[in-house]
Design a protein around this ligand. Sequence first.
Ligand code: C2O
Ligand code: CU
Ligand code: CU
Length: 492
Amino acid sequence: MNRRAFLKSTGAFAVAAGSGLAWAQQSARPLPIIPMTDLMGGIDQRIGLELKKSAHDFGNGAASATYGINHNYLGPVLRVKQGQTLPFDVVNRIEDTSTIHWHGLHIPGDVDGGPHQEIKPGETWSPNVPIVQQASMNWFHSHMHGKTAQQTYKGLAGVMLVEDDASLSADLPKTYGVDDFTLVLQDKMFDGQGNMSYTLTGEVFEDGFIGDTLVINGAIAPLAQSVPTGLVRLRLLNACNARFLKLSMATGPLTVIATEGGFLPSAVQTDSILMSPGERYEVLVDLTQLESNSLLVDLDGDNGGILGMLGGIFGGGGGMTALTLSRTAERGFTGSLPNRLSNLAPPDRRPVTVTRSFVLDMGPGGEKLAALAAAWGNVCGDGVMGINGQPMKMDRIDEKVRKGDTEIWRISVDDQLHPFHIHGCSFRILSQHGADVPAYAQGWKDMVHVENGWSEVLVKFDYNAPVNAPYMYHCHILEHEDCGMMGQFTVT
Ligand code: C2O
Ligand code: CU
Ligand code: CU
């Protein structure tokens, strides 16, 4: 066991042993439904998003200091349609510089909201964001370099559901808050008074911030929701800073219908899915026969070997009950699962002209590079992280992609599991740490897991990202991203 593995195992033990879930509730309370802003009917004015400082009760009686977007904690669920252009006015009232990145959208670099598009306190950023892609679940969050982790944790995140003609006419549950639920999953720490806390230490930089309490839509789990008899759709976002979540159902398999970038060709049934920070999946729950069923979340099912093992010892393997759905007598979506969800074809490698390699690095270059990295705005205690030996540098372009090219990006790392993300595109995973891709992850993605061995994605870049507005690629453990595990590329 090397030093890193040892650190990981002791840290993991503390987390698992300590996850008596100090602030978990005895009985389930109602699932909060995040207010939805439906823009599909037409947009006749600019869309205001106010980043603000606020306070929020996660369900333990304390008024935690938070950030929110229009709300006290998190932002609205925006529902938009393919073909629309979204004229945002994002006004910053958090008294700290921020940015808002549209994670998952196929948009040019100058409206992407990455670290170059800073919004100073009191200022308004007004991008016109074109929605060209198909139906998909996307999200938005702070991308302020060096502060992405803390700002996102505090609440600067929201969901954007893109619909298209096919998704609107699909035979699927789609009544928001009735048989179609958006779930934002997060792990949090609360102090002795019940206030949400976030402390950066050496270990936090190394592992990313790991909380011991599961929160869904801003409320401490377990939660409960009654639903009509029939099929129910859950749109899931792992918005944790660093935690991988293993999801399963109390009864029966999970039925996965969509990945980040759209529908799978047909539903995939699986015992569980492993969701990294940043990933989204849509699943269906059938409450035609069953009176109730529960979504289980295994907080310790993350980061592979040791944590997974301890999860088995302490959590009984299945994880905690996160959300219980109980049916009422009312009939809801009683159609059955469609045989065909999309025409998604297998990935086609034939047009590939360029292959690039990216090696994630937990500690390149020693003290000298760490000092440089800090001067470049990376926040990593006295450490440093990078990709291909280089920590993030705002005025260095790491890769230049030719617009319209199809490429293979190979990513590897020599230690723990990391979630890798690329801006401005969706991609297909060709292999994941040297192994086959689980069937449920074979659709359009913008996140890939990287552990031992190469993970390979097939990706095509269709929009411009010039030198002054490049795209990012990075580890989506937000503390790693802030530590410098990020790079920049142009598309021209
Ligand atoms: Cu979800 Cu570059 O981020
Ligand atoms: Cu992104
Ligand atoms: Cu990482």
